[in-house]
Design a protein around this ligand. Structure first.
Ligand code: NDP
Ligand code: 8X3
Length: 250
């Protein structure tokens, strides 16, 4: 039977690439994000391959998350795969210079938003005794780098939530795992540097970073394993990256 995946942050980067790969593999899609026009354009493109619904909401808005995700459109109301991907970094400042608004954004989106979405979807997965949740963490959730402070904290929280979900959902038939990418060239740095495109482009210069499609491949690998296999925690970096701070740019 055809599966249905709900992907947050599907308007760009890793989420969009994952949606494209899932569509080509005949998985029905519920695509989420704030930019409605983009969601519509992506849905129009992917509808050639599969059935697609879009939902426009901010993951910070817990009432909207609950209202929309606990009343999914008919035909899309059983979620087999949840990709908790929406997230971003805001700023790259020493802790003493950080902006409280940036801190709020990262913790509210990357941590609390992921929880609100999961809270809405997990009950139906428990009722069905099946489901697969992939939490998109980061190498920033495995180590802390200078000026990364609160973004790293948010991704360490995702790492802890991923472990906690797997413990608490053990025995329910639901798979829980995280994919933790290193540097991936997406809109991530444009958002981090508040649309300063020159600064954002420099992050990915003089080496070959991951492409969002590389991460999508890994996500698809995780969700296409046999029923008894769960990819619990996987880190993926480009060849030139050894850690958050060691990147070969020679
Ligand atoms: P992008 O900026 O390209 O994509 C981020 C996505 O998240 C967009 O679709 C955006 O949609 C969505 N999003 C952001 N804020 C909200 C919000 N408040 N409500 C709903 N959706 C939101 O970045 P990436 O593809 O790189 O990032 C995806 C995930 O991967 C993030 O969790 C990020 O932390 C993680 N990651 C990224 C890495 C990288 O180097 N790029 C490395 C490791 C992890 P919209 O703006 O339309 O709402
Ligand atoms: C994104 C990777 O190193 O920019 O999570 O934090 S990094």
């Amino acid at each position: 039977m055809k599966k249905t995946a709900l992907i947050t942050g599907a308007t760009s980067g890793i989420g969009r690439a994952t949606a494209t790969l899932f569509a080509k593999n005949n998985i029905n899609l519920v695509l989420c994000g704030r930019r409605q026009e983009r969601l519509k354009a992506i849905a129009a493109e992917l509808s050639k391959h599969t059935e697609v619904q879009t939902l426009t909401f901010d993951v910070r808005d817990k009432d909207s998350v609950k209202a929309l995700l606990t009343n999914l459109p008919k035909g899309f109301d059983t979620i087999d795969i949840l990709i908790n991907n929406a997230g971003n970094a805001h700023g790259l400042d020493a802790i003493q210079n950080g902006s409280i608004d940036d801190w709020d954004a990262m913790l509210d989106i990357n941590v609390k938003g992921l929880l609100y979405v999961s809270k809405a979807i997990i009950p139906q997965m428990i009722a069905n005794s099946s489901g697969h949740i992939i939490n998109i963490g980061s190498t920033a959730g495995k180590e802390v780098y200078p000026n990364g402070n609160v973004y790293c904290a948010s991704k360490h929280a995702v790492d802890a939530i991923n472990q906690g979900m797997r413990l608490d959902l053990n025995g329910t038939g639901i798979k829980v795992g995280s994919i933790n990418p290193g540097l991936v060239e997406t809109e991530f740095s444009k958002v981090r540097f508040k649309q300063d495109t020159d600064r954002a482009q420099k992050v990915y210069q003089n080496f070959t970073p991951l492409k969002p499609e590389d991460v999508a491949d890994v996500i698809y690998f995780a969700i296409s394993r046999p029923p008894h296999v769960n990819i619990a925690d996987l880190t993926v970096m480009c060849l030139d990256q050894a850690s958050s701070t060691i990147v070969n740019k020679s």
